[in-house]
Design a protein around this ligand. Structure first.
Ligand code: PRP
Ligand code: URA
Length: 206
């Protein structure tokens, strides 16, 4: 399942990300804000359960979110989405998966993994601004499944058809939420039109 979220506020901020002269601080802030809005949209269909509470006037039944949440950024670029997602789920635990694309083969190399315990019973939100070939996200999703995760959602900002096809093929059970489906990958596996290298723009390592 792929869902493109075309909310005008998100699309407006996406333009800021795409502009090549947007400074690193503004870029980082916009990634965080888009992450908040995307997470809010993703949560639209999440389950609720009823509990009994006491208001200043009486006892009544009221609803709370049924699930516990884990946010997992794919390092580095996914880190910039964490605080945005935490604004929606402030009690979520945060796991980390470190992957970097080899510059020549464009395939991901794993360098870090630290996940919270009891991942099996929780809803896991994987965040990464870019879904290009899909190699990094497919590997991260597999690492999470191997660690016991059963309920996973992937949230990205810009995606390429090639990456969507890979995730749909290798992980047909994982919903993908994205703010944009771009045209294609170039010869270096960068998304076109895209926004360039997300990690470098976030952390000023251009
Ligand atoms: C970027 C991006 C994704 C990956 C997408 O990370 O944040 O993780 O590339 O490309 P793919 O779909 O072809 O795997 P990168 O490997 O550049 O590492 P970084 O976040 O540390 O810059
Ligand atoms: N990673 C990025 O940061 N940008 C792309 O366009 C592709 C992979």
């Amino acid at each position: 399942m792929i869902k493109e979220i075309k909310h005008p506020i998100i699309q407006n901020k996406l333009t800021l990300l795409r502009r090549k002269d947007t400074p690193s601080k503004d870029f980082r802030d916009a990634v965080e804000e888009i992450a908040t809005f995307l997470t809010y949209e993703v949560a639209r269909d999440f389950g609720l359960r009823e509990i009994e509470i006491e208001t200043p006037l009486t006892r009544c039944n009221s609803k709370i979110l049924a699930d516990d949440f884990i946010i997992v950024p794919i390092l580095r670029a996914g880190l910039a989405m964490v605080n945005g997602a935490l604004k929606i789920f402030p009690d979520a635990a945060v796991g980390h998966i470190g992957l970097v694309r080899d510059e020549n083969t464009h395939t991901p190399i794993e360098y870090y993994k630290k996940l919270p315990p009891n991942i099996a019973g929780k809803k896991v939100l994987v965040v990464d601004p870019m879904l290009a070939t899909g190699g990094s996200s497919a590997a991260a999703l597999q690492m999470l499944k191997d660690s016991g995760a059963k309920d996973i959602i992937f949230i990205c900002i810009i995606s390429a058809p090639e990456g969507i096809n890979l995730i749909t093929r290798e992980h047909p059970d994982i919903p993908i939420y994205t703010a944009a489906i771009d045209d294609h990958l170039n010869e270096n596996c960068y998304i076109v039109p895209g926004l360039g290298d997300a990690g470098d723009r976030i952390f000023g390592t251009l």
